[in-house]
Design a protein around this ligand. Structure first.
Ligand SMILES: *[C@@H]1O[C@H](CO)[C@@H](O)[C@H](O)[C@H]1NC(C)=O
Ligand SMILES: *[C@@H]1O[C@H](CO)[C@@H](O)[C@H](O)[C@H]1NC(C)=O
Ligand SMILES: *[C@@H]1O[C@H](CO)[C@@H](O)[C@H](O)[C@H]1NC(C)=O
Ligand SMILES: *[C@@H]1O[C@H](CO)[C@@H](O)[C@H](O)[C@H]1NC(C)=O
Ligand SMILES: *[C@@H]1O[C@H](CO)[C@@H](O)[C@H](O)[C@H]1NC(C)=O
Length: 474
């Protein structure tokens, strides 16, 4: 008589042929009111059944709660496959669900290697079936609802906040990833490849995080991650500093904490970084080396440090690839150029001392957008690029813009072939009053590059410039 309650089982079950494991993705569609209040027990989908994991997790779906055509999973129940009446004869298993035994047919299908098509399990139409005809009809009935769940391997945000890829749990574990939260309506897990201290990997992308991330790490760190090139045609590695908080430099040098990159092309100088660099990114040239590339964090004391760095290996044809030699590459029509350790906002309340670093010499490149003919730079922050003469006196008065080599002998930005420094951004082309900021426009043809150089002593706060590419009709 239990079918008078009308339960529709919707099972998505795949047998992995290469291993003695079964891969399940299972759900129950339940239309009984009594279950609508069941508690939100934890559930796992895309389940590998083996001795460690005897439970088949089943989700209860309330179709009445669906909105926008999306399935609304509202509760879950765990099933013990060992104690349940389960028989794995080629194409059928039995499920003991609250003392109700159902014979279910299993589609013996090989799990697809890489699913690209999104296809939902079709929900079986509710049909009134009584006890007497159920036995003969159940086989065909359940065959109708068995389907392999496929979903796009799109990016997802994991429970730790890191970007991952939506994968079946088994595929994530096979690829060495960490499962962090669910995606694809619960059928997939958000799979994050983590690069950890003292680890080594050749994955094409992953996250290098401090021990204990997303919590800060309070141990003194001497931590190297070794990255092998995924293939010979990898030419660049892009690092995105989602979080980057180390102790600040002292007089422009990273004496205390250091982030060091080594193993890249011999002529590709990457500055040793410290301080707060969250939101920054760098490109590393690796086209002329076989690898590996080492990423090392060295800290001097047991204070809080936080880092999560997205590491992406790129070939020259990759969309993210930058022109050779650009330490930073900006592809938007409008954006910000900011010196390293410019920020004074700390998420973990470490010491904050905005200042750029000594001995910098790098290029910030901007992708020229279609139908734009010039770029205008404006000072949006507390600019301070300092220059001192041989007697140790400032070259230009405070609160003024400096222009050209006599004003800016040692620390300067190069925009439109003009050295700029001081406490204001003004090249004198619009306003001759160097105590005010004035937009600087570069209408040169060719690559759009802003250079930044600093010498081995005397540092200031740095710069934060907004750039805007201008239409050719303007
Ligand atoms: C749902 O369950 C909770 C706890 O068992 C109970 O307090 C509540 O009254 C239930 N709600 C409904 C609508 O049955
Ligand atoms: C399994 O099924 C058989 C026959 O239906 C029954 O006698 C037995 O008690 C069941 N075992 C369990 C663990 O439910
Ligand atoms: C399980 O069965 C008991 C007794 O028949 C019933 O009271 C309970 O509501 C059922 N639970 C579920 C989740 O169906
Ligand atoms: C149950 O099935 C039998 C045999 O198919 C049929 O004669 C009977 O009318 C059905 N009862 C209900 C309530 O559907
Ligand atoms: C990278 O680290 C390994 C292990 O510490 C070391 O043997 C190797 O020399 C390092 N390579 C570079 C380029 O620093």
């Amino acid at each position: 008589m239990f079918f008078s309650n009308l339960i529709t089982f919707l099972f998505c079950i795949v047998t992995v042929s290469s291993k003695a494991e079964k891969w399940y993705s299972a759900a129950i569609v339940d239309r009984r009111n009594s279950l609508h209040n069941s508690s939100n027990l934890e559930f796992r989908t895309n389940y590998i059944q083996n001795n460690e994991h005897p439970f088949l997790p089943l989700m209860l779906i309330d179709p009445k709660k669906s909105n926008d055509g999306r399935t609304n999973f509202y509760s879950a129940q765990k099933f013990n496959m060992n104690s349940a009446n389960s028989s794995s004869e080629s194409d059928s298993i039995s499920i003991n669900y609250n003392n109700t035994i159902e014979n279910l047919n299993v589609l013996n299908r090989i799990r697809p290697k890489r699913t690209k098509i999104r296809k939902r399990c079709p929900v079986a139409r509710p049909r009134q079936i009584n006890q007497s005809n159920m036995k003969q009809k159940s086989k065909t009935r359940f065959l109708e609802v068995f389907q392999v769940v496929e979903f796009d391997h799109v990016s997802c945000t994991s429970s730790s906040g890191l970007e991952g890829t939506c994968l079946p749990e088994s595929e994530c574990i096979d690829s060495g990833g960490s499962t962090m939260g669910t995606c694809a309506d619960g059928y997939g897990t958000c799979c994050v490849t983590q690069f950890l201290c003292d680890g080594r990997s050749d994955a094409d992308s992953g996250w290098f995080t401090n021990p204990g991330f997303p919590s800060p790490s309070t141990d003194r760190l001497s931590c190297t991650f070794i990255l092998d090139k995924t293939s010979e045609d990898i030419t660049q590695i892009r690092l995105d500093f989602n979080n980057f908080e180390l102790l600040p430099p002292t007089d422009g040098s990273c004496h205390d904490d250091q982030f060091i990159i080594s193993g890249q092309n011999v002529n590709n100088v990457i500055p040793i970084l410290c301080g707060i660099n969250s939101g920054q990114h760098v490109y590393i040239e690796v086209g002329e080396v076989d690898g590996p590339i080492n990423f090392t964090f060295q800290t001097v004391s047991s204070e809080s440090r936080l880092f999560s760095i997205k590491v992406t290996q790129l070939t020259s044809s990759d969309e993210l690839a930058a022109p050779t030699g650009c330490l930073q590459y900006f592809t938007d029509t409008q954006g910000y150029l900011e010196s390293f350790n410019y920020r004074d906002k700390s998420d973990i309340v470490i010491a904050r001392t905005p200042s750029y670093l000594n001995n910098l010499n790098y290029a910030m490149c901007i992708e020229r957008k279609a139908e734009t003919c010039s770029v205008t730079y404006t000072n949006t922050g507390n600019m301070q690029l300092v220059n001192y003469d041989t007697d140790g006196l400032p070259v230009i008065p405070p609160d003024q813009a400096g222009v050209e080599i006599l004003n800016c002998p040692s620390d300067w930005l190069l925009i439109a072939a003009t050295r700029l420094c001081g406490n204001r951004l003004n090249d004198g082309s619009v306003f001759q009053d160097f105590t005010v900021n004035a937009p600087v426009t570069d209408n040169g043809a060719g690559p759009i590059v802003v250079w930044f150089r600093s010498d081995e002593s005397y540092v200031g706060v740095g710069f934060k410039l907004m750039y805007q590419q201008n239409s050719c009709n303007a």
